[in-house]
Design a protein around this ligand. Structure first.
Ligand code: ADP
Length: 432
């Protein structure tokens, strides 16, 4: 009723008043003080024992007989206990809600320890991977999903992009795995059924490949006839220009079909399982020779293309693909820069990774275009791209080739200050 301090002061006051009164009456001050203090101590020990027994019997026992200070202390303990119980109930409720929400997701979630053992999973994960409550807790992820590609992906430690693999339990189903690292305590594996999406993607690229293929034959025939007309002077003066234009457009269509077929092949076929090994220097030399031909074709004879630094390294990869990627970049540098531009191709190490850079002092590209440059058919200046024989697919092809090698394309450019295209080749593709 008086609180801890109030009760303590009252009790101390009573003790002092008792000592003063009885000391005055009897004249034995020390004896009186000793008797009363001992009495207070005995009562205190007795109450303490009472409280100790009460604490032992907790919870569910009310403590009503203890007066004063002790009552106040027990009431405080009871209040704290009921607060903790309320907090615990709300946390339980929150957890139950969270479990329910996670179960209603269409993605499977699996919490894994640092050594890839399964701690916890939601219902969709059981459905997608066939996890069983009584068997699979603490099992290694790789015992359940016996796909070497998943093991390799997980061990690389690079989880920026998800990996799509066939389902380990249902044939024909495709699953996408995404790993999220949880601050040194483990990992969260997100599994999604992407069968429908993969099928649509496949249909889309098959459609593009088929259309391109079907267009190729009639176009070859048309080009052949146009060539015959031009070569044999089969049209009058007025018709020469028209046939010449038709031939130019047919040629453009041929390039477009060729690039579409390359892109669809890159999308639909698996990367070469047995890559070749070759010198970076040879790759750069090849791209420079090719760019020299582009120089002649687009009449930019004053343009200079040189090999700058080149660390002597061997790359493990697909020569045809990587040379085509680099050729695309050097050809772009020639086509989009002025006659007399300076173009440098180099290879350097960045940490363990290798970086092939194509740098020009051409017109540059303004910042708003940079994130979209690798999209199919995205061009900064449509008319200039067409004039110089561009299809709008070059950088999309480059990005895809690098992706198949585990690498990335970085673009840095400023209007008026030239452009830098960097092909990052991951360390596991370099022979040290
Ligand atoms: P395209 O076949 O049109 O060249 P790309 O995909 O190769 O298609 O390039 C996309 C666009 O990026 C080009 O249309 C051009 O506007 C721009 N571009 C590419 N390389 C350069 C460069 N070195 N300098 C300036 N602009 C460039």
């Amino acid at each position: 009723m008086y609180g801890y301090f109030g009760t303590t002061i009252i009790q101390a006051g009573l003790l002092v008043a008792g000592i003063l009164t009885f000391g005055q009456l009897t004249g034995f001050w020390i004896e009186t003080a000793l008797v009363l203090i001992s009495g207070a101590l005995v009562i205190s020990v007795w109450r303490r024992n009472q409280m100790y027994r009460w604490l032992e019997k907790r919870p569910g026992q009310e403590m009503t007989q203890v007066p004063g200070l002790w009552l106040d202390m027990t009431q405080r303990i009871q209040k704290r206990e009921s607060e903790i119980a309320a907090e615990r109930d709300s946390v339980h409720q929150l957890l139950a809600n969270l479990h329910q929400s996670l179960a209603s997701l269409d993605a499977g979630l699996i919490h894994l320890s640092l050594d890839w053992r399964i701690n916890w999973w939601n219902q969709p994960a059981s459905r997608l991977l066939g996890l069983r409550e009584s068997f699979d807790k603490d099992a290694s992820l790789f015992n359940l999903v016996r796909t070497p590609e998943l093991y390799t992906y997980v061990k690389t430690g690079k989880y920026d992009l998800p990996i799509t693999l066939p389902s380990p339990i249902t044939s024909g189903k495709m699953l996408e795995y995404t790993v999220c690292s949880i601050d040194k305590t483990g990992f969260l594996l997100v599994v999604r059924d992407v069968t429908r999406f993969t099928r649509l993607e496949r249909m889309r690229s098959d459609f593009i490949a088929n259309v391109s293929h079907e267009l190729k034959t009639p176009l070859t025939v048309i080009t052949g006839y146009l060539e015959t007309i031009i070569d044999n002077d089969l049209v009058s003066d007025a018709g020469v220009r028209a046939v010449g234009q038709a031939f130019k457009q047919a040629d453009r269509m041929n390039s477009l079909i060729k690039d579409l077929l390359i892109l669809s092949q890159l999308e639909t076929t698996a990367p070469d399982a047995t890559p070749q090994e070759f010198q970076v220097q040879d790759l750069i030399q090849y791209a420079i020779q090719d760019a020299d031909e582009v120089k002649r074709a687009v009449q930019k004879q004053q343009t200079q293309i040189v090999m700058a630094d080149c660390a002597p390294k061997t790359i493990r990869g697909d020569w045809n693909e990587l040379s085509s990627a680099l050729t695309n970049l050097t050809a772009n540098a020639v086509r989009y820069s002025h006659d007399g531009a300076q173009i440098a191709v180099s290879f350097n190490l960045r940490g363990e990774d290798g970086v092939i850079t194509v740098k020009d002092d051409g017109p540059g590209i303004s910042t708003e275009h940079l994130p979209r440059l690798t999209e199919r058919f995205y061009r900064v200046d449509n008319s200039h791209s067409r004039e110089t024989g561009g299809t709008g697919l070059g950088l999309a092809i480059v990005k895809h080739i690098l992706y198949r090698h585990g690498g990335t394309l970085e673009i840095q450019s400023k209007v008026g200050q030239g452009s830098e295209f960097r092909c990052v080749i991951p360390a596991d593709r370099l022979i040290h």
